[in-house]
Design a binder for this molecule. Structure first.
Ligand code: NAD
Ligand code: UDX
Length: 459
C-alpha cells in the first residue's frame, strides 16, 4: 500500500501543528485535517492567518505555505477517512468528569467514536495511528472495534504519541528528540517512519511494541512534571532557609546526570497534559492494585496544588491578611508563554482563590481573549457568570490593568513583561506597591530600587 493521502481526526493543538509540519515536509502527500467543530475548522481556513485558532510561533507561516496546496481543513470526516490510506486519531482525551474513574481516568469516548466512525466508513485497508495520549492497552480496544466490522477491510494499529510542547510546537516538530512508533506490523511502521523520514533522521525514529509506546508517553509526562514538583518543593524550603532556588537549580543542573532543563520554580505547572496524564497513570496503577506506585505519582499533583495555593495564600497574607476590595493586577493567563492555551493554567486557580477573598482582579495577557478568561472562570462554577464579570476584568494593555493596583501577580513568563517600564508602573500603583513574581522573571534588586516590595518563588 502506497501512502498518498493521510487524514487526521482532531484539529487541535496537536493535530493542527503536527499535520502542518508533515504537509510542509511531504509536498507529495495530501494531508486533510478534520474536526466536528465547524467554528474551529472555519478559523483554520480563515484567509487571515493571524486568526488561526491556535497561536504557536512559526505556525501561521507554515499554514500559509501549505494550505490549499497539500494541506486541507474540513468537516467532511467520512470523506477524508474513506480516501486516506493512513488515519491519525488526535482527539482530546480529558480526565473523566462522570462515572467510574471520575476525576482520574482518561475519557476515551472521543477516541472510541473515531474508531467506530472509521469502522463504519472504511472500504479499503487502513493504517490507524493513535496520536492522542492514551492509557496503556487502548490499542486493544481500537483493534477490537475495527476487527469486528465484517467488511473484510484490514486495519493496522500504530501508536505514535506526540511529544511537542506548546509554545515551541513547530520547533519541537521540526527537530524532535525522537519520534516513537509502536506497533506489531513492521510494514505499517515502515510507512509511518517514511513520512517522518523526510526530515527526521532514521536513528531518531524509535520502534517499540505498541504497549511500550503508549506507556512511554504517560511516563515522559510524569517524569517532566515530577521535575517541576521537585524544584517547587525545594522552593518552599528555600523560602525558609535563605537559600535561593535559582542558585540551587543551577548547582544541581550542572550535574550531567540531573541536567539543567525543566528546573524552573514556578506557581505550579498547568497545561492540558501533565495533570491529566499523571491522574491517568495513578488510576491505571491503582486498577492493577499497585497502590505504592499510585501514591508515589499522585504526590506530584498534590505538591502542584499546594504550590498554587501557597502562592495566593502568601499574596493575601502579605497584603495585611485581606484583599477584599483591593485591585490585584494579573499579568498573564496562559499556562506558559508563547501560547494562547489556558487549560489548567495556575492563573485560573489563583484568580478563583483571590475572588473568594473578594479581590478585584484586572488581567492582561498578550494572546488570551477576554471571552476565554471569563469562560475559564465560569467553568469552575464557584460563582455566577455575572459576579465573575463584575469582579474580574480583562484589559487591552498592561498599563490599564496595573493602574491604581495594590499588587501585581505575574502568572505567565511572557518575555514582554520584562521589558515594561516598571518605573512608570510603580508611579501608577497604590503604595506600598507589591510584586508577586510567580515566574521569577524580574530582577529583585532592580525592583527594590524602584521602590517595589518584591516577592518571588523560592528566594
Ligand atoms: P484539542 O482539544 O486541542 O483538540 C482535539 C480536537 O478533537 C477538538 O478540536 C475536537 O473538536 C476534536 N474532536 C473530538 N472528538 C472528535 C470526533 N469524534 N471527530 C472529529 N473531531 C473530534 O486537544 P489537543 O491538545 O490537540 O490534544 C489531543 C491529544 O493529544 C490528547 O490526547 C492530548 O493528551 C495529546 N497531546 C497533547 C499535547 C498538547 O500539548 N496539547 C501534547 C502531546 C499530546
Ligand atoms: C508537556 C510536555 O513537555 C510535552 O512533551 C508533552 O507533549 C505535552 O505536555 P506542555 O504542557 O505544552 O508540554 O508545556 P511544558 O513546557 O511541558 O510546560 C508545562 C507546565 O510546566 C507549564 O505550566 C510550565 O510553565 C511549567 N514548567 C515547565 C515549570 O513550571 N517549570 C519548568 O521548569 C518547566
Amino acid at each position: 500500500m502506497k501512502i498518498n493521502k493521510i487524514c487526521c481526526i482532531g484539529a487541535g493543538y496537536v493535530g493542527g501543528p503536527t499535520m502542518a509540519v508533515i504537509a510542509k515536509k511531504n509536498p507529495n502527500l495530501k494531508v486533510t485535517i478534520v474536526d466536528i467543530n465547524e467554528e474551529r475548522i472555519a478559523a483554520w481556513n480563515d484567509s487571515d492567518v493571524s486568526k488561526l485558532p491556535i497561536y504557536e510561533p512559526g505556525l501561521a507561516e507554515i499554514v500559509a505555505e501549505t494550505r490549499g496546496k497539500n494541506l486541507f481543513f474540513s468537516t467532511e470526516i467520512d470523506k477524508a477517512i474513506d480516501e486516506s490510506e493512513m488515519i491519525f486519531i488526535s482527539v482530546n482525551t480529558p480526565t473523566k468528569t462522570y462515572g467510574k474513574g471520575k476525576g482520574m481516568a482518561a475519557d476515551l469516548k472521543y477516541v472510541e467514536l473515531c474508531a467506530r466512525n472509521i469502522a463504519k466508513v472504511a472500504t479499503t485497508d487502513k493504517i490507524v495511528v493513535e496520536k492522542s495520549t492514551l492509557p496503556v492497552r487502548t490499542a486493544q480496544a481500537i483493534k477490537s472495534i475495527l476487527s469486528n466490522t465484517g467488511s473484510g477491510v484490514n486495519f493496522d494499529i500504530l501508536s505514535n504519541p506526540e511529544f511537542l510542547a506548546e509554545g515551541t510546537a513547530v520547533q519541537d516538530l521540526l527537530n524532535p528528540d525522537r519520534v516513537l512508533i509502536g506497533g506489531d506490523s513492521e510494514e505499517a511502521i515502515d510507512r509511518l517512519a517514511n513520512i517522518y523520514g523526510s526530515w527526521v533522521p532514521q536513528d531518531k525514529i524509535l520502534r517499540t511494541n505498541v504497549w511500550s509506546s503508549e506507556l512511554s508517553k504517560l511516563t515522559a509526562n510524569a517524569f517532566l512534571a515530577q521535575r517541576v514538583s521537585s524544584i517547587n518543593a525545594i522552593s518552599e524550603l528555600c523560602e525558609h532557609t535563605e537559600a535561593d532556588v535559582n542558585e540551587v537549580a543551577k548547582a544541581i543542573g550542572m550535574d550531567s546526570r540531573i541536567g539543567s532543563k525543566f528546573l524552573q520554580a514556578s506557581i505550579g505547572f498547568g497545561g492540558s497534559c501533565f495533570q491529566k496524564d499523571i491522574l491517568n497513570l495513578v488510576y491505571i496503577a491503582r486498577s492493577y492494585g499497585l497502590h505504592e506506585v499510585a501514591d508515589y505519582w499522585e504526590q506530584v499533583i498534590i505538591l502542584n496544588d499546594h504550590q498554587k495555593r501557597r502562592f495566593s495564600d502568601h499574596l493575601i497574607k502579605t497584603l495585611y491578611n485581606t484583599v477584599s476590595g483591593k485591585k490585584i493586577a494579573m499579568l498573564g493567563w496562559a499556562f506558559k508563554k508563547d501560547t494562547n492555551d489556558t487549560r489548567e493554567s495556575a492563573a485560573i486557580f489563583v484568580a478563583d482563590h483571590l475572588l473568594n477573598e473578594q479581590a478585584e482582579i484586572a488581567v492582561y495577557d498578550p494572546k488570551v481573549s477576554k471571552d476565554k478568561i471569563q469562560s475559564d472562570l465560569n467553568y469552575l462554577n464557584t460563582r455566577s457568570p455575572e459576579e465573575n464579570q463584575q469582579l474580574l476584568q480583562s484589559k487591552n494593555s498592561p498599563y490599564e490593568a496595573l493602574d491604581d493596583a495594590h499588587a501585581v501577580a505575574i502568572m505567565t513568563e511572557w518575555d514582554e513583561f520584562k521589558t515594561y517600564d516598571w518605573e512608570k508602573i510603580y508611579k501608577q500603583m497604590k503604595k506600598p506597591a507589591f510584586i508577586f513574581d510567580g515566574r521569577n522573571i524580574l530582577d529583585k534588586a532592580e525592583m527594590n530600587k524602584i521602590g517595589f516590595e518584591y516577592y518571588s518563588i523560592g528566594k
